[in-house]
Design a protein around this ligand. Structure first.
Ligand code: IFM
Length: 453
């Protein structure tokens, strides 16, 4: 049981772990899967560290039964995974590949048979290359293509999937993939980034309507990567800089989703870049959803940029860092949850990702000791528990990630898993944090049962 946690989580709190298709599945050329932008990006020299790719990854495509057994051992209530659009529609649109859907059908049944609820993300970044070639997310036509894909998936799985997440981290897709080119498809255009953001949001709203029709009774949400930008001082300049970062990371997505409008200050600043927003778009984007998924790892300290920029991130010297260099700021998650509840009132919230990379090694005795990850998780869970005690309707928590996996442009160098993956053999080795999380979940359940008795 956590030393830091003072408040217990509610009895019906959902305990989970999260993954994404391209990061774990491998089998990129099997059963009719088409090419994705990540296959292409990985094959482009210099884009991904050490030339790594998701071609094999954790081979989850073939080993999912073994991994579901690990989830059972953990005592998970839920597993969050994503569906690869190019497995379902290899050409992006048109022909549906039944063999691709069969895989997810088998996975969903395996989970349900194990008492684990599937939380399905529809888009976790693997756009079909054919869609990119036709204009990609900066093009409005991709919204229609995404809807075709959502129709196909929800017609097949809508009877058994109870939780749908339309998109994962549209900010990352927009800025990291289209604005700065560090992720697939590698575009470097601010206008493309903002067009992508609008089309992702619009496709989310359209998908909500499709999912309600094809998967009645299910709950639908979206996952955003959000943080708490703290001003570095009390000065109005630092406050304005933190507000800018908040606008870019958070409000640009939250305001249209929950208020049906883009934030005025940001829209003004980006006036020359924003794409066409047609009548009705914002009503579609702000269709009612059942929950907001929150991915949070760190929170920045922000100061005014004296070199003429809008803001500058200040390095903290008094906090720990993960192997990504990300600062460990658990109060950032607590403050974020409170702020989301106060300002946007989503009916329910889930932490759909939280976790840390550390340079794990397997000891001579075969064990992986990752005390730092355990402390990280304990501290963030304590922050989440405080938010629940303060009235935030947080309904579940998903650790990122079940397995070490393909960490995008970092390749296999960064390990986020509760389970160590020995890539040459693909052997799974539960880390210390795996056993800690298992015991933590069990202790939470025992405490809730005692209170109910
Ligand atoms: O691995 C990613 C995941 O795909 C999206 N959220 C952040 C994780 C860690 O970088």
């Amino acid at each position: 049981m956590s030393s830091q946690l003072t408040q217990p989580f509610p009895a019906d709190f959902v305990w989970g772990a999260a993954t994404a298709a391209y990061q774990i599945e491998g089998a990129v050329n099997e059963d009719g899967r088409g090419e994705s932008v990540w296959d292409r990006f990985c094959a482009t020299p210099g884009k991904v560290r050490a030339g790594d790719s998701g071609a094999v990854a954790c081979d989850f495509y073939h080993r999912y039964r073994e991994d579901v057994a690990l989830m059972r051992e953990l005592g998970l209530d839920a597993f969050r995974f994503s569906i690869a659009w190019p497995r379902v529609l290899p050409d992006g649109r048109g022909r549906v590949n039944a063999a691709g859907l069969d895989f997810y059908d088998r996975l969903v049944d395996e989970l349900l048979g194990s008492g684990i609820a599937p939380y399905v993300t529809l888009f976790h970044w693997d756009t079909p290359q054919a869609i990119e070639d036709a204009g990609g997310w900066p093009s409005r036509a991709t919204v229609d293509a995404f809807c075709e894909y959502v129709e196909a998936v929800s017609q097949r799985l809508g009877d058994r999937v109870g939780r749908w997440i339309t998109h994962n981290e549209p900010w990352v897709v927009s800025w990291v993939g289209h604005g700065w080119g560090h992720h697939a498809p590698g575009r470097e255009s601010e206008a493309d980034a903002l067009a992508t953001a609008h089309h992702l949001l619009l496709s989310h709203g359209r998908a909500v309507e499709i999912l309600r029709r094809n998967s009645p009774g299910s709950q639908v949400g979206i996952t955003l990567n959000l943080d708490t930008p703290y001003p570095a001082s009390d000065s109005p300049e630092d406050a304005a800089a933190a507000r800018w970062v908040d606008g870019m990371h958070n409000r640009w997505f939250l305001d249209p989703l929950f208020r049906g409008e883009y934030p005025e200050d940001m829209a003004e600043a980006w006036a020359a870049l924003v794409p066409e927003v047609r009548d009705g778009d914002l009503a579609t984007i702000s269709r009612a959803i059942d929950f907001l998924g929150v991915n949070n790892y760190t929170s920045p300290l922000v100061a005014a940029d004296t070199n003429g920029g809008r803001s500058r991130i200040v390095r903290r010297n008094d906090v720990d860092r993960t192997d990504m260099g990300w600062e460990v700021v658990p109060e950032g998650l607590h403050d974020l949850l409170l702020r989301l509840h106060r300002d946007y009132r989503p009916g329910a919230l889930y932490v759909t990702e939280n976790g840390a990379a550390y340079p794990d090694v397997r000891g001579h005795d075969g064990h992986v000791r990752d005390a730092e990850r355990q402390s990280y998780l304990e501290a963030y869970l304590a922050g989440a528990a405080r938010a629940v005690a303060q009235g935030v309707p947080l309904r579940g928590y998903f650790a990122w990630s079940l397995l070490d996996n393909f960490e995008w442009a970092w390749g296999y160098w960064k390990r986020f898993g509760l389970v160590y993956v020995d890539y040459p053999t693909l052997e799974r080795v539960p880390k210390g944090s795996f056993y800690w999380y298992r015991d933590f979940i069990a202790a939470q359940r025992a405490r809730a049962a005692e209170e109910a008795a």
